[in-house]
Design a protein around this ligand. Structure first.
Ligand code: ADP
Ligand code: MG
Length: 621
């Protein structure tokens, strides 16, 4: 038989390879912007027409390319960024695979102009479908400008596959924002169909986020930072009260590269647990820096997924650092932080660090760091005089501003009784000896107390739910649930559909303190119930728990327990209208502040509201 295997011609091979890197106009945008950053540019401009379908042009003032390099750059596996295989594990640049320009050149018309600082004349290359049509000298500013026209003109199938202009533009903006967010030390501009969408001067990290997402973000951001031997974590999370119903702004950057990682995302969610309403999502802008040797960025062609060697540890650091930050900002007292030091490389060292509120002192909302009006970045004549570059550097750009003696801490601590356990045991028995703080009950619903210079309002039913929830979870974790036997066992019957689901739920119910058996004929007999259920309607409670179970499709055991515990807490908690004695009020509040997340009910609703004097003044104005 005749030999039939042959090597594919370059243009075909490149076209096939391009499929991995260039899926849509936004992929071109990402690769070109990253190349500009890698080239050390301080100004980068992106022009696009028709959502990048007809034109994408990226110009920068980076180091430029020599004549030969400009030609080489278009070859597949041609890169200046690594030399040996080992270099992949010490990557500090965005690119390293040497594929982007070759891939783009295979599926579009490309015009590349570049000049290095030393060269008097630049070089201009015209390429179409991998074929170099011409290379000539040209007059051009220092840096590189790459124009990509008529993407996929030679692959109609791919062109047809593109989405509407709106969708493709959204993708472009997403990529632009990700690169811009990771590099506040570079000025970026984006113009689409002749109108300017972004003009981002060099700024601090915080200001860059505000410039991208809008001024209102300024008050929403809480700084997060943690410096360990393994990673440096910096950035911001959005305050829980601004969490959105839709997945809002959620960004992880590792060594200034935007990545997706479901596991780390979960760490953030965990940190927000109990602080958010159901179905709302926190925003976050988190920057991790770690030794490139401890990650693998080469598992995905567009490098948005990476592997970490120490994923669990990083998870724990992220979760704890965010909890800490939220606590310091008086959003949730971080009572458990001191104990949550699984990752501390050296515990004694950590103790010395006074927790402080960290701010970014370089941030000044009234200061615009750009060179002047418009911050034009088109040519060397208008180069901005770079101020102190606001590059992300947690240790250099921040310092502890306030210590435990600060006002924030004072008000936080004043809300927490000195000895919560003791207080909760003694308040009822020993109200003489234990000084009882007096509360006023309003509408059988709220407890009110002068607090600091303002007012503290507590939602009594939700407070009770939180207390019960914590107790249920503690006993579940210790597998020691206090139960009471019923004098007269109760029979509860179900429809056959419900009964089979009830059977699935039985182990969890038993763990929660129910003593129940199957009776046959779709009936259960209940012999005992958890101690905290006083005068319950057992039939109703079991049906409510079943309802919750049916609406809930994640089967993870812990989550199931939490859901059930939250429901039980709600059922068992005191109802609106319950009149409380002064000692009972004090006891309730003491117990609330001993909880893991006193500021929110298990369902994420507020339990405590502090009205500052200013708020009261406003009401009277
Ligand atoms: P990679 O970024 O993986 O090295 P690319 O195909 O994106 O691969 O680019 C190939 C090479 O071209 C780069 O390594 C770099 O040397 C050069 N290059 C690309 N874009 C620029 C630019 N804007 N300025 C200077 N050099 C560039
Ligand atoms: Mg590249």
């Amino acid at each position: 038989m005749a030999d039939i295997i042959r090597l594919l011609p370059d243009n075909v091979a490149n076209q096939i390879a391009a499929g991995e890197v260039v899926q849509r106009p936004a992929s071109v945008v990402k690769e070109l912007l990253e190349n500009s950053v890698d080239a050390g540019a301080t100004e980068v401009q992106l022009l696009a027409s028709d959502s990048g379908k007809t034109l994408i042009q990226v110009s920068d003032n980076g180091k430029g390319m020599s004549e030969t390099d400009a030609r080489m750059a278009l070859e597949r596996h041609a890169t200046s960024k690594i030399e040996k295989a080992e270099d992949i594990f010490a990557i500090t640049t965005k690119g390293f695979r040497g594929e982007a320009l070759a891939s783009i050149a295979a599926v579009a018309k490309m015009n590349l102009r570049s000049r290095s600082a030393e060269a008097e004349l630049g070089t201009e290359l015209k390429v179409a479908a991998t074929t170099v049509e011409s290379q000539e000298f040209c007059q051009c500013p220092k840096g590189t400008s790459i124009k990509v026209q008529n993407l996929f003109y030679n692959i109609p199938a791919r062109r047809n596959f593109l989405k509407s202009n709106q969708v493709e533009l959204r993708h472009i903006i997403d990529e632009f924002e990700r690169v811009a967010m990771a590099h506040p030390e570079v000025a970026f501009r984006l113009e689409h169909n002749g109108s300017e969408l972004f003009n981002l001067p060099i700024s601090s990290q915080r200001q860059r986020i505000v410039n991208i997402f809008g001024k209102k973000y300024n008050e929403k951001l809480v700084p997060v930072e943690e410096d360990t031997e393994l990673i440096k974590l910096g950035g911001f999370v959005g305050k829980p009260e601004f969490a959105k119903k839709t997945r809002g702004e959620q960004f992880f950057f590792v060594n200034n590269r935007f990545i997706r990682n479901a596991y780390l995302h979960r760490a953030v969610q965990k940190a927000f647990e109990g602080l958010l309403l159901e179905d709302s999502h926190p925003s976050y802008f988190l920057f991790l820096e770690l030794d490139p040797a401890r990650i693998d960025v080469n598992i995905h062609p567009t490098k948005t997924e990476i592997k970490f060697e120490d994923e669990r540890l990083i998870y724990s650091i992220i979760r704890t650092a965010i909890k800490h930050s939220l606590g310091q900002y008086n959003i949730a007292p971080s009572l458990d932080f001191e104990h949550d030091q699984q990752y501390a490389p050296n515990p004694s060292q950590r103790e010395v660090e006074a927790p402080g509120v960290y701010v970014d002192p370089s941030f000044n909302p009234f200061q615009n760091r750009s060179s002047g009006p418009g911050a034009s970045i088109s040519g060397p004549a208008s180069s901005p005089v770079n101020g102190p570059a606001g590059s992300f550097n947690p240790s250099a750009s921040s310092h502890p501003l306030q210590s435990r003696e600060s006002k924030e801490w004072e008000s936080l601590l004043s809300q927490i009784p000195d000895l919560p356990e003791e207080a909760s045991q003694n308040a009822l028995l020993d109200s003489e000896q234990h000084k009882v703080v007096s509360y006023i009950q309003v509408g059988g619903k709220y407890l009110l107390k002068a607090h600091g210079e303002g007012l503290m309002l507590i939602h009594q039913a939700r407070a009770h739910q939180r207390i019960l929830f914590d107790k249920i979870m503690v006993s579940l974790n210790n597998q020691q649930v206090a139960a009471q036997q019923l004098l007269f066992p109760v029979q509860v019957s179900f429809s056959s559909g419900d009964y089979s689901e009830m059977q699935e739920l039985l182990p969890t119910l038993r763990e929660m303190g129910f003593d129940l058996d199957e009776f046959g004929g779709n009936e259960l007999v209940v012999n005992g119930i958890p101690l905290y259920l006083e005068n319950p309607d057992i039939n109703q409670i079991l049906n409510l728990l079943l309802e919750e179970y049916k609406n809930f499709n994640i089967q993870a055991k812990l989550e199931l327990q939490e859901k059930m515990a939250a429901k039980m807490a709600k059922v068992a908690a005191m109802k609106v209208g319950t009149i409380l004695e002064p000692e009972e009020m004090a006891h309730l509040v003491d117990e609330l502040f001993a909880c893991s997340a006193p500021y929110h009910s298990p369902e994420g609703r507020p339990t405590i509201i502090n009205l500052a004097l200013g708020d009261l003044d406003k009401t009277f104005s």
